[in-house]
Design a protein around this ligand. Sequence first.
Ligand code: FES
Length: 339
Amino acid sequence: MSFKIRIESSGHEFTAAEKETVLAAALRQGVTLAYSCRNGDCGTCKGKVITGRIDYGTYDEKALSQAEKGSGSALFCQAVPLSDLVIEAKEISAAKDIPIRIMPCRVMKLEKLAHDVMRLWLKLAEGQRLQFLAGQYIDILLSGNKRRSFSLATAPHADEMLQLHIRHVPGGLFSEQVFTRMKERDLLRFQGPLGTFFLREESARPVILVAGGTGFAPIKAILEHAFAQGIMRPLHLYWGVRARRDLYLHDLPQAWAKEYRHFKFTPVLSEPAAEDRWNGCTGWVHQAVIADHPDLSQHEVYASGPPPMIAALKQAVTAHGLPTDRLYYDSFEHAHTTV
Ligand code: FES
C-alpha cells in the first residue's frame, strides 16, 4: 500500500511506500525537504500535517514537544503516513537555504575507477547527514589551514554515503594522499555544502550538460537528481576526456540513455588511443556541442571541468546564441587539481 503526499504551499506531490517516512519518500523522488540528523533528534525536518494520519515514530522530546505534536507538528524524518497526507514543510530550493557546516567523516571505501581516478566513499558520524543540492561541492580540510574542493558525486536522495571522484595529481597535497597512503576507516574533516552549481528546476528549457574529466562528478549528481524527480526536460550530456580509458564510469550514462528517452549521451575523445578503436565523437567537447546545437538560444548549459574547457565552452556557446545568464558552470579553479 502506498500513500500520496502533497505539500500545500508548492503543490509538489510524491508517494510514500508502506512504512516509508515522509522525508525518505520525498528525497527518493527528488523533493528536497529540510533535514539534518534524520534521527528524530534535531527538529530541522519539523513541519505540520494539515490533513491525514501518521505514525509519529521515535524521536527526542526536545525535537518535538507534546504541545507541538498537539498542534499538528511532526518530524518528517520519523513520521510514517497512515493515509494520504497534505503537509506544510520547508522545501529547499536554493543554496542559501542550507547552512554550511564543518563535519567529520570516515573513509568507508576507496575504489579505483580508472588509472588516475579514485572514488572515495565517505560516511558521517552516527546520526548526522549532510543536506546539499545536487551539484554542490565540499572542501576537505587539511593541516596547515589548507583545503581542497571536490564535488559531491551523489544526489541528495542517496546521502547515506557521500561520493567523491578524485583525479590523481602527482605530488598533489590531497590526491597523493588518496592514491598512496589513505586507508579505509581514516578520518577526514570537511566544510560544506558549497557552490551554486545546481539544476534550476523552475525552468522547462532543454538542458545541455558538459563534463570534462572528473567534472562528471557533479553532473552525475544533477542527472541522478533529475531522474529521481521525474524531470522530463531533454537532457544531453557531453563528456570530454582524452582517451577511452578516461571515461571512468562509461557504463552509467550508457545505461541512463537506454532507460530514459529524454536523455542523450555523447562521449567525446580528444586523443583516442589506437587500441580504443573509437568510432564515436572526437575533438574538443565544446566543438561537439556546437556541431549538434548550432542555435543555443532556447537552451540552458551546465558545465563542469578544468578552466580551459570552461573558457572555450563559454566563448563557443555564447557565440551560438546562449544568453550568458543561462550558462551555469563549476570551473575546477577552486583547487580541484592544484598541488
Ligand atoms: Fe533531525 Fe528530523 S532531521 S529530527
